[in-house]
Write a protein that binds this ligand. Structure first.
Ligand SMILES: Nc1nc2c(ncn2[C@@H]2O[C@H](COP(=O)(O)OP(=O)(O)OP(=O)(O)O)[C@@H](O)[C@H]2O)c(=O)[nH]1
Ligand SMILES: [Mg+2]
Length: 447
């Protein structure tokens, strides 16, 4: 199970073996966990190769431990498998749009049909439901009840046992009535309990109603069986997206990766409860953090994000220095916030080249610095974006408002603005000097 990855992460971060040995061990554990949840071997090796390659080619920022950096790389690459930073495409590509839900018994298809209807209704679509499960007792009543709750019409034919015909007539009816989004709920078991028959029926419905999107609904707890199952449904009906239900339970959704790798389809939503609004848009990074062990990973990600923010700021400073862009208070704000996230001021100062050579900075001076930083953050929190982007508009009246809003003194606000002006002036001077030097060098080269 993918759940094994959490233990591997913990072992890796807390272990006492040397870094190289720990990396080898972790990668083995990762491979084992992935393969045992039926992720294709090819996929597993391409993932671990990518991780190893990044380890070789990239160096962690100086303030991040190697082990932490390694976990971040694993987190990145696993997230990429689930779609990375790409937002799932939630809006129908064309209208009308017919969705067919498939999945085994009890995974939450009917509940999810209702959740989807509610989700899209709130987004302004004209939504309808079709109940094509003729095997489960009271399946239609269940759907009708949901329909009533969210005021969405439900098509069904009580007493009729031809699921394919019902699906066709339901879709036809709602298309005629100009419904934009038609969601078809199907059975999770066949009358005779035979899986092959169920899949035949899925194929039949799929071919007759030609849905725009087949959604495979899987239970977070499915684990090992996910790959085969997803594959079978995929062969029967060309799965276009995946919804994982019961993510509010104890299961970590390990089977999801198998389902993704079996179908090539993206996960779009996760179900996080029984209620109609307990449906969340899938977020790959959050999901992977959960697989890896939220507590351990989150802190690392936060820290690395802060470092990256800081590097982004340094890049911006380069641009400012070369005259490519202008410094604003907003940049300074970001800089201070990033520094705060990286740790206490005394630690940060040690990271600045040259600072550590000057010996320890007196404790009380650091304290004063910390306090000032905190005051400045409060002050900038009370500024508007307009003021942050263009501090020259901050006049006496604005200063008074900002001081009031941040619980500081007007004097302190003035001090911050003056500090900013001074930084800007210094930058200008530096830039001019740099230009002079370049000019000089240019002239020398020209001779
Ligand atoms: N906790 C939790 N329960 C869920 C979620 N989704 C569905 N359920 C519950 O799971 C059970 C089965 O849900 P159904 O929607 O009837 O499942 P189904 O796939 O339609 O089942 P069949 O029609 O028998 O195949 C119900 O008790 C639901 O309330 C979820 O995201 N979280
Ligand atoms: Mg059902």
């Amino acid at each position: 199970m993918l759940d094994g990855i959490r233990d591997a992460v913990r072992k890796f971060l807390g272990g006492s073996s040397s870094y190289d040995v720990a990396v080898e061990e972790f990668i083995k554990d990762l491979q084992k966990a992935l393969i045992s949840s039926d992720v294709q071997v090819k996929l597993v090796f391409s993932l671990t190769n990518k991780i190893k390659e990044r380890l070789k080619n990239e160096t962690p920022p100086s303030s991040i431990g190697r082990r932490e950096w390694f976990i971040k790389v694993v987190y990145d690459e696993l997230s990429a498998l689930f779609g990375g930073d790409k937002e799932p495409d939630l809006n129908p590509k064309s209208l009308p749009w017919v969705i067919m839900l498939v999945g085994v018994q009890g995974t939450g298809k009917t509940t999810t049909a209702g959740k989807l209807a509610f989700f899209y209704k709130k987004r302004g679509y004209k939504v309808a439901l079709v109940g094509a499960d003729v095997y489960r007792p009271a399946a239609l009543e269940q759907l009708q009840q949901i329909g009533k709750q969210i005021n969405v019409p439900v098509y069904g034919e009580p007493g009729n046992h031809g699921a394919v015909g019902i699906a066709m007539r339901g879709v036809e009816r709602f298309l005629k009535d100009k419904y934009e989004l038609i969601i078809v709920d199907t059975a999770g078991r066949h009358g005779y309990g035979e899986e092959a028959k169920l899949l035949d029926e899925m194929r039949d419905i799929f071919e007759k109603i030609k849905p725009n999107e087949v959604v495979l609904v899987i239970d977070a707890a499915i684990g090992q069986k996910a790959f085969d199952l997803a594959k079978k449904f995929h062969e029967a009906s060309n799965v276009g997206s995946i919804i994982i239900t019961k993510m509010d339970g104890t299961a970590k959704g390990g089977g999801a990766l198998s389902a993704v790798s079996a179908t090539g389809a993206p996960i779009k939503f996760i179900g996080v409860g029984e209620k109609i609004d307990e449906l969340e848009v899938f977020n790959p990074r959050r999901f992977v953090a959960r697989i890896l062990g939220m507590g351990d990973v989150e802190a690392i990600i936060e820290k690395i994000k802060a470092v990256e923010d800081y590097e982004g700021i340094q890049k911006k400073m380069e641009e400012v220095m070369s005259g490519k862009s202008k410094l604003t208070l907003r940049d300074m704000y970001k800089q201070i916030m990033a520094m705060r996230k990286m740790g206490p001021l005394s630690k940060i100062l040690q990271l600045i080249p040259g600072m550590n050579m000057m010996g320890d900075i007196p404790e009380d001076q650091v304290k004063v610095g910390e306090r000032k930083m905190q005051r400045w953050i409060s002050i900038m929190n009370s500024m508007t974006y307009e003021e942050l982007d263009n501090p020259s508009i901050i006049d006496k009246q604005r200063m008074r408002r900002i001081a009031m809003g941040s619980g500081t003194e007007v004097e302190e606000v003035r001090e911050l603005v003056e500090h900013f002006n001074m930084v800007q002036k210094t930058l200008r001077t530096l830039r001019r000097r740099r230009k002079d030097v370049e000019k000089l060098l240019g002239q020398m080269g020209g001779e």
